[in-house]
Design a protein around this ligand. Structure first.
Ligand code: CU
Length: 488
């Protein structure tokens, strides 16, 4: 398989496309752990493999992408430790690694060209990944993300710590929502379509949980409490997560604990999750032989994600009690002193897109994005500015220049017909309000859905770095729905 990108990489290597992140203007990088923090070295490769994605008796799929050749890999680390990740790209295409939701120094954020150049085939890059916060995270490429994540390139990163260990669960269960785009012959279909990119995204035609086309059945102790940890790793799909028992609580959003919320207290008894969003929940198991079913209720027919099967492990019925996780340790914004920035999420309107002009000596006015990591066309914009795409390879100016340590409210209004899960790199933000959902609990997150005709306000304490802010429906990002903040 020779892709457009590998052909283009030939030109890049020949110097026809040249760009170094240094031209953007580097700012001080902030490390979120002390230099004395214990360090663990981790080798990581991105590589191709084969897998039977359609089922055991169906043809195997070639050119599956996976870290260390292992689909749905789970990496676990202790809070307060630092991972030094020696990454090697064994794919035939350039790539990078982005540590989603982890507060890394921005030079390890994995965004070409803002924080690093692409890692070419055969290339290496060392990432400094401090783990200052517990929770469920993941990592994935930030170059040709639609194609590479679409073919399986991501892994879960679970950060545990002693305070959390004390909140004992009887079992832990992971639900990874990730569909495939495959023909009957088991080979990949085109990951992106023009129609999808300009609308809700291109959906997978084979639904799967943890890579399996039939919902996993997971045994758990009868009368026990299961920690169910769900992530939407799909590029497109938005789910309404819920279950068929009232004995369930929401414990953490995007890894950040909140006071437990009973599912039955949520609007429609579900939690809406778009691409990249995570949820930790507690489910109380019924008696031996009985089941709890976890569904995506957004499908026309509820789609079964996982069945928990209660097995007798000698536990007896006990009063239901929510298991609160230790509170988050992320820096919180001072909302009263925060400066408010307002943005529109909109369709790109071709020639009407204008960028504020920059002084001619500003390096940004010359900065070009490496064409390897951008989409073919532009459909979307943030306040009239689109990320580079197609032949328009100029890096847009920052959405705003922010001060390190200052608090900001970012108010996003979605004037499109589609929802957009917006992700801010390098920060965990407080979700202040959803204009269409006044009864939402208070929570922290790194990705938040903005519904059509909705305004969502988030607040955060800015950390020095060049940080992108984008829609996590990957085709929307590839076709313009990305901007960046310069924090210095
Ligand atoms: Cu979007």
């Amino acid at each position: 398989m020779i892709s457009r990108r590998s052909l283009m990489l030939g030109s890049a290597a020949a110097g026809l496309v040249s760009f170094a992140p240094s031209a953007i203007g580097q700012v001080p990088a902030v490390d979120t752990l002390p230099a004395s923090a214990p360090t663990r070295r981790l080798s990581l490769t991105a590589q191709e493999t084969e897998a039977k994605l359609l089922g055991p008796d169906k043809p195997a799929t070639r050119h599956v992408c996976a870290y260390d050749g292992e689909l749905f890999k789970i990496v676990r680390g202790r809070r307060g430790t630092r991972l030094i990740v020696d990454f090697e790209n064994r794919l035939p295409d350039p790539t990078t690694v982005h540590w989603h939701g982890i507060r890394v120094p921005y030079l390890s954020d994995g965004v070409a060209p803002l924080t690093q150049d692409v890692v070419p085939p055969g290339g290496r890059f060392s990432y400094n990944v401090p783990l200052p916060d517990t929770g469920l995270y993941f990592f994935h490429p930030h170059c040709d993300e639609t194609g590479q994540v679409g073919r399986g390139l991501f892994a879960l990163l679970v950060v545990d710590d002693e305070a959390e260990d004390k909140v004992r669960f009887d079992a832990e269960c992971f639900i990874v929502v990730k569909d495939w785009r495959l023909g009957d012959d088991g080979q990949w279909l085109e990951m992106s379509t023009e129609d999808g990119a300009a609308n809700a995204g291109t959906f997978g035609n084979v639904r799967a949980t943890n890579g399996q086309t039939t919902a996993p059945r997971v045994e758990a102790p009868a009368y026990g409490d299961v920690r169910v940890r769900t992530i939407v790793a799909d590029a497109t799909r938005v789910i309404d997560l819920g279950c068929d028992t009232d004995d369930a609580f929401m414990l953490a959003v995007d890894g950040q604990a909140l006071p437990p919320v009973p599912f039955k207290a949520l609007p429609d008894d579900v939690w809406r999750m778009g691409p990249a969003m995570r949820l930790d929940m507690q489910v109380r198991m019924p008696g031996p032989g009985q089941e709890v079913k976890i569904y995506d209720y957004r499908s026309s027919e509820p789609y079964l994600l996982t069945t928990l099967v209660a097995v007798d492990k000698g536990k007896h019925p006990s009063p239901l009690k929510a298991k609160a996780l230790p509170p988050p340790r992320v820096p919180l914004p001072d909302v009263r002193k925060a400066k408010k920035l307002e943005f529109l999420i909109q369709m790109a309107a071709g020639p009407t897109i204008v960028s504020p002009s920059l002084p001619a000596d500003d390096p940004l006015s010359k900065a070009l994005v490496n064409s390897l990591c951008v989409g073919k066309t532009t459909h979307w914009a943030i306040s009239r500015d689109s990320w580079a795409a197609g032949d328009a390879l100029r890096l847009p100016p920052p959405l705003a220049r922010l001060d390190n340590g200052a608090s900001y409210i970012v108010s996003m209004t979605n004037v499109t017909k589609h929802m957009h899960p917006m992700h801010l790199h390098g920060h965990v933000f407080r979700v202040l309000s959803h204009s269409k959902k006044p009864k939402m609990p208070q929570y922290l997150a790194d990705t938040v859905i903005v519904e059509p005709n909705e305004t969502v306000d988030i607040a955060f304490k800015a950390v020095s770095g060049n940080w992108v802010f984008h829609c996590h429906i990957l085709e929307h990002m590839d076709t313009g729905l990305m901007g960046w903040f310069k924090v210095a």
